[in-house]
Write a protein that binds this ligand. Sequence first.
Ligand code: XMP
Ligand code: MG
Length: 179
Amino acid sequence: MKNDILKVLITEEEIAAKVQELGRQITEDYKGKNLLMVSVLKGSVIFMADLMRAIDIQARVDFMSVSSYGSGVKTSGVVKIVKDLDINLAGYDVLIVEDILDSGMTLQYLKEVLLQRKPHSLKIATLLDKPERRKVDLQADYACFNVPDEFVVGYGLDFAEKYRNLPFVGVLKPEVYAK
Ligand code: XMP
Ligand code: MG
């Protein structure tokens, strides 16, 4: 599998260090609050698993799964909730945990939907940020790494459901896409 990688953008060690740092920051920022971490399946599960263990206050977790409407690569920004949360958000300080903030369309919609459920607060933590690609005015409250406008895989991120289990973030060789 690692033979398919053209270059490693972020190493396992760099990710681990940043995730620990973010965990300390969230521990500080959410002291005395009622933290609920919401992971958007499936890309964010590895980040979620590591981040929650780097947080030293009570943190509840829940998962949701969304798919974007619209055909092919052109996303309409309207997402369908495929699996909704189990927990009622009222009174929680919700932190959405995402793998990557790209155009921002998905997260903007998700943010609107979750805000309607009246959480006490709502913030976004993303492992990766591709600011060049943004189509809406949305910023993550916490972002670990900026990445260039290239398709990246690993540490949860996939190409056709593959490469999620790579321990680093990298770019695939062009011939892999052609297969
Ligand atoms: P938007 O554009 O709405 O979409 O911010 C974010 C979602 O698009 C996927 N995405 C990627 N997935 N490598 C991936 O594996 C990438 O480089 C990439 N860029 C965007 C991802 O599912 C994310 O949640
Ligand atoms: Mg995703």
